[in-house]
Design a protein around this ligand. Structure first.
Ligand code: ADP
Ligand code: MG
Ligand code: ZN
Length: 611
């Protein structure tokens, strides 16, 4: 809107200037002491005129007394003719010297044409200006189909493999890609086909984007980075043409690397999804496939892509000749975590006694990004506490902050609420301590964090890839421990247990339907969960079993829950004094670390059982 007003204002200003120019041009023709021609004629007849200089139609008359008068003649006729018409005889005229100035006609033309010319020019200018604006809009419409591509060769900070901690296998795999980029002929000579597509797969934060950048940094070739969601933003139909554009640009810059980040945004299995919009994705995906097929053997362009949802990718993308190289990035193990922590702590002032190995021990399940964030949080905490060296304790505090969000010590809770929370958390912790297959309690707290009122952290002793049925059952029992404690102590239930119940029920259902851990149902999976893209959630589970089976599943789930709940109850009632002790300690100290907790329950001689 403001642009519109600006244009109007501009036009008004121009019109005003135009008026000024034109009026001043007309004024130029008149001068003050101008006399009528008849007056000049009579002066000549009186013999008072010595000379007249003619300049176009303007006359400068010099009188014998030295005075000057100016006048005008008609434009077309000559001065002598005009004067004759006024009755001046040739004789009288001969006494007057008449000089005709040369540039008169030029001046005349300028005088008459300039205003017209100027106004024409200005009008053309206005038109040009408006046209350009309109065309600018059209140009914008045309460039929607263009991907706004910048080659990333000169990153501010060049990332190399040395900047990626751990991930040995992935680096190994990718150094082949680098080798090919650097020396393609060697590979071609031996008849090896060039990898066309490399798919990086791994959970969020495992370093996919980082690794792709490192490949570019190592290979030292142009690196085109685009997020798949950029293909399909704003307008329908631009995705495919953007893909074309990206591939063309990359081919022109070959050897080069195209990196499509978060490719699952366009590469989801075709035909899955609700409503419109997926059509656009399909076209974009098709175009990517077409472009990749269009590479010939010599094309020195490698397409890298990253996703954290390899499970939803369209099979066509994974076919040989497309993204046939797949590189898995796992969550870091303890050694890798230590290495990542070290890397990110490298340029930070650390206290002397810092032991990052211990931090790594306490952070199973953390991704590289989590660890980077952890180091940063520790640094922030250090500043907040007015220290100049990062101490071990700040690392520990940051672990929980990264996991659970910041503590909310300021939130006021009533004594009653605190007591309830204390017993609830003590319930979780005690059940965990009383079960053989549960992970040990790492920390219990009634300080609220983020959304939750209190929490009990239990961490596995080591990184685990597989979980057993007994571990799952223990998990369910621990999850129900809070609920059971509330029931036993207060004979009442709070809403605080509702999330625990969800966790317990879901785990139990998975045991039956997904992991085949129910003896009665047997080693079978039930239900086919279809990924539907609706606000990013899976919304439909296809039931591929009968009503009877559904009933049996429900019964089995209930059996697992009941069993776990009974176990939790048994532990809590038989060790009721321990429960009280832990709860009281929580009310007093709010937070119990691992050693403090186990020291508290030690004298009760807990005999861990199985569910
Ligand atoms: P994603 O897999 O989600 O693309 P990123 O590559 O964006 O993850 O990683 C995010 C950040 O986490 C990186 O910028 C880096 O600081 C850190 N990071 C992740 N993995 C590593 C690693 N292996 N070594 C060092 N830093 C890492
Ligand atoms: Mg990423
Ligand atoms: Zn709970």
């Amino acid at each position: 809107m403001s642009k519109f007003y600006k244009n109007i204002l501009l036009v008004l200003v121009i019109l005003f200037l135009l008026a000024l120019v034109v009026s001043s041009a007309y004024q130029n023709g008149q001068s003050e002491q101008s006399q009528a021609l008849s007056q000049v004629a009579s002066e000549i007849q009186a013999g008072k005129v010595t000379s007249i200089s003619v300049n176009g139609s303007a006359l400068d008359v010099t009188l014998s007394n030295g005075q000057h008068i100016s006048s005008e003649k008609e434009i077309e006729s000559s001065l002598t003719d005009t004067l004759k018409n006024y009755g001046v005889t040739p004789d009288e005229l001969s006494k007057v010297s008449i000089q005709v100035q040369d540039q008169s006609s030029f001046n005349f033309w300028v005088g008459t044409l300039a205003p017209t010319l100027l106004s024409t020019l200005i009008i053309i200018g206005i038109f040009w200006y408006l046209m350009r604006q309109a065309r600018g809009g059209m140009n914008q419409a045309f460039t929607f189909g263009r991907a706004n591509l910048k080659p990333f060769t000169n990153f501010k900070e060049r990332v190399t493999f040395a900047d990626v901690a751990g991930l040995q296998e992935a680096k190994q795999e990718l150094s082949e890609v680098v080798g090919f980029m650097k020396n393609p002929q060697k590979y071609l000579d031996i008849g090896a086909t060039v990898p066309r597509g490399v798919l990086l797969m791994g959970q969020p934060g495992t370093g996919k984007t980082l690794l792709a950048r490192a490949v570019a940094g190592e290979a030292n070739v142009p690196f085109f980075h685009i997020s798949a969601s950029e293909f399909v933003e704003m307008f329908v139909g631009v995705g495919a043409s953007r893909v074309r554009d990206v591939f063309q640009t990359a081919k022109r810059a070959a050897p080069s690397i195209i990196f499509i980040d978060e490719i699952d945004a366009v590469g989801r299995e075709r035909g899955a999804g609700l409503g419109g919009g997926h059509d656009e994705r399909e076209q974009t995906l098709n175009q990517i496939l077409v472009e990749m097929d269009g590479f010939d053997r010599e094309t020195n362009v490698i397409v890298m892509a990253a996703t954290n949802r390899a499970d939803v990718l369209d099979p066509a993308l994974l076919r040989p000749g497309r993204f046939d190289r797949r590189v898995f990035l796992d969550l870091p193990d303890i050694n890798e975590r230590e290495a990542i922590l070290k890397m990110h702590a490298k340029n930070k002032p650390l206290a002397k006694d810092i032991d990052l190995r211990k931090v790594a021990t306490r952070t199973p399940g953390f991704s590289g990004a989590d660890l980077a964030n952890l180091v940063n949080e520790a640094a922030i905490l250090t500043v907040k506490n007015g220290k100049d060296k990062i101490a071990q304790q700040y690392f520990y505090e940051s672990i929980e902050k990264v996991m659970l969000g910041p503590e909310r010590k300021s939130r006021l809770i009533s004594d009653r609420e605190k007591e309830l929370t204390a017993y609830h958390e003590a319930g979780h912790a005690l059940v965990a301590a009383g079960l053989k297959d549960s992970d040990p309690v790492h920390k219990v707290s009634v300080v609220s964090r983020g959304q939750i009122g209190g929490y009990t952290l239990k961490l596995p002793l080591e990184d685990q890839r597989l979980r057993t049925k007994s571990q799952f059952l223990a998990d369910i029992a621990v999850a129900l421990g809070g609920h059971a404690a509330e029931k036993i102590v207060f004979n009442d239930i709070t809403t605080g247990a509702s999330n625990d119940l969800t966790v317990a029920s879901e785990t139990a259902r998975m045991l039956v339907t997904k992991y085949g851990m129910s003896e009665k149902m047997g080693p079978m999976t039930f239900g086919k969960t279809q990924e539907m893209i609706f606000l990013g959630r899976e919304i439909s589970t296809e039931k591929n079993y009968s009503e009877e089976v559904a009933e049996q599943i429900d019964q089995e789930v209930k059996k697992f829950i009941d069993r776990a709940y009974r176990t939790a109850e048994k532990i809590l009632t038989s060790y009721r004094p321990a429960l009280n002790r832990v709860a009281k300690a929580l009310i007093e100290h709010e937070t119990l670390e691992q050693d403090e907790f186990y020291a508290l329950v030690k004298e009760f001689d807990l005999k861990p059982i199985s569910v």
